[in-house]
Design a protein around this ligand. Sequence first.
Ligand SMILES: Nc1nc2c(ncn2[C@@H]2O[C@H](COP(=O)(O)OP(=O)(O)OP(=O)(O)O)[C@@H](O)[C@H]2O)c(=O)[nH]1
Ligand SMILES: [Mg+2]
Length: 442
Amino acid sequence: MKRPAVEGMDQSEEERRTTSERAVLVSVRWGEVGEEETVESLRELQSLAETAGAEVVAVLAQTRQRPDPATLLGRGKLEELRLISDSTDADLVIFDQELTPSQQRNLENEVGLKVIDRTALILDIFAQHAHSKEGKAQVEMAQLRYQLTRLTGRGSELSRLGGGIGTRGPGETKLEVDRRRINARIKTLNRELKDLTRVRRIKRKRRQRLGIPTFSLVGYTNAGKSSLLNALTEAGVRVEDQLFSTLDPTTRRLILPGNRQAVITDTVGFINHLPHQLVEAFKSTLEEVREADVLLHVIDASAPHIDRRTRAVERVLEELQADRIPVIYVLNKVDLLDERSREELSKRYPGAVLTSTLTGEGLQELREKMAAFTSSRRALHIRLPVEKGEMLTLLYRMGQVLEMHSQDNFYRILAEVPEELVHRFEPYLDDDGSEDYTVGVR
Ligand SMILES: Nc1nc2c(ncn2[C@@H]2O[C@H](COP(=O)(O)OP(=O)(O)OP(=O)(O)O)[C@@H](O)[C@H]2O)c(=O)[nH]1
Ligand SMILES: [Mg+2]
């Protein structure tokens, strides 16, 4: 709640946070980057800025042959930035592109305002949203690592242009510490995190010993992962229309059709250009993803440029070495789609489950698919007449198609099929070379 500032008294930290800073957004593009991509990226930067508590007062974009090494922006645009910042009474400038420490310094000198980049902004949001001990430690670690790369003997210049966005830590620690102290702090945090990771590992091992399959929700931030966890388990996890509302992993039990026990974990969302310091620092949280038996990749079906977001998520999964875990695609928020986009998306994401956590649509289908993924499965080579569309649908709905190509009037398919469905495909088994190995759940 916003309290009026009392005259003559220092503004409290809470009040300072709720008084929004006025931000100018800047994007400098070069090379082959399309117009559409720039607009989308700026829109996302705006939601990030607003999530951090800023008010966006102006946006400036420039496309150049190549970036200016000293300031990214060319001279003319730099002048324009100065004018806009003045006339809008801005407090800070946020660049969509990563800035080197010297570019940041040059820009701050030229504009006379605090200048931060996308990475610092994301780190700031994480700092505000970290609640648990582990979350705080991880964010602080990421921030210190980021700081460390930017310490080029410029002392405590950060304080020169004020605090606020880009300078906040998860505690109220100011980030003006020198390299030695940063390194010492990183060491302590490392130790703390190791202990916390150990506890989490023990719990996970116990589940694995009991043979309880684990699902992990992954996806772009704001796709509806926490909403889905709540809808499937009544977990009561915080859901908000803002970016990165979840940082701490939540694990819940759930009973799938056939009375099968499972657990499902919700964790931090991904984004385009997720700072690698964060991925690195959130290793223990993200271990939940790497150790899952099945991933539920939640996609906001109503968002623009879905494929780009999906790719961004997949890139992070690769970075986490989680890209070989079986995936169920969940196209969420379908209540916002018309019939045509639904059909188009179902074609583009074959086998995906269309859900709405708002109307409950698709949730039962998702439960069934999850149950199918937990039974042991067999890899089959299948030769299916093209007119057997319903069998293909079944394969996509309950199994996982690994390879498929058409030949004459047949599809030749390699797919993993739940044991209890194998008999339905027996008439279509491809004789040559059907090595059927059993794929079990760890
Ligand atoms: N229309 C519609 N909105 C939804 C649906 N599912 C979730 N939302 C909304 O989408 C927003 C984000 O939902 P969350 O569940 O917090 O998303 P998240 O993926 O956990 O987001 P982060 O934790 O921030 O990464 C909220 O405003 C939800 O109310 C849905 O099926 N339909
Ligand atoms: Mg969430």
